[in-house]
Design a binder for this molecule. Sequence first.
Ligand code: ZN
Length: 279
Amino acid sequence: MKAIIIFLFCSCLLACTLTPEEPYGTSWNIHFLDIGQGLSVLFESNGKFALYDTGPDSVHFERILKSFGIDTLEWIVLSHLHRDHVGGFLEISQDSADFFIKHVFWNKDSSQYWLLDSIQKLLSIKEIPNSSLYKGEKIQFEGNSLNTLWPVPEKQLTENASSIVLHLKSGNESLLLTGDIEKEEEKNLLEFYPTLNASLFQVPHHGAETSSSLKFLETLQIQFAVVSNAKKNPYGHPAKETLKKLEAAIGQAENIFRTDTLGSICFTWEFNVGIWRCQ
Ligand SMILES: [Zn+2]
């Protein structure tokens, strides 16, 4: 009898402490793919997949995705129209690549006209549903929804500054994907969200010194930071200054992960339990 009462008490406690947005037992793998100089983050859960950016072209992105057994993508977010973020999309949306892409989120207010035109044509030929993504909108993936924090539609922005920023918070953990935003947009984000946090953090713009202000990094309470860049890239990414600031904000250099030295890096997020590096 005592055991039954304890069981009922624990069940009630669990049910009362979880909101519908925090599903117990759900987990995602979040892969920062080794795609050279660029960015591509692959979400994986229950055999389903979605992408935030697709890396540059000419890195055999199709082969990388096929190595995960992927034939369908729930959605792709193209953070902004620079080649190091959308080049892979041009490859995997060709007929020969044979992927079923259910939806593409991207913003068309870009001055990268050649890419804008190429992507528009591919979306139209392949009849891929697509829409814009602005501050306040959400996208769903396997039991959770990512919030769009940036950009705001009415603002005139440079290409990097227009990057779509996604955030997911569940329990004590959170994820922040920043594309190539720079210090000005970081400042804007902190004005909108003064207590913004990021247990798992994609370092903006491949660690360039024009991003990652110390105030931004310190506010986020980062547990793990990931820099995506190629070995010996011509831009000098990541900047030494950025690495120093990351180390100061996180408190330990071993929690800064770089795709140029480690290759693809995977984290498991078991919601309401924690985030850790995949085994
Ligand atoms: Zn970039």
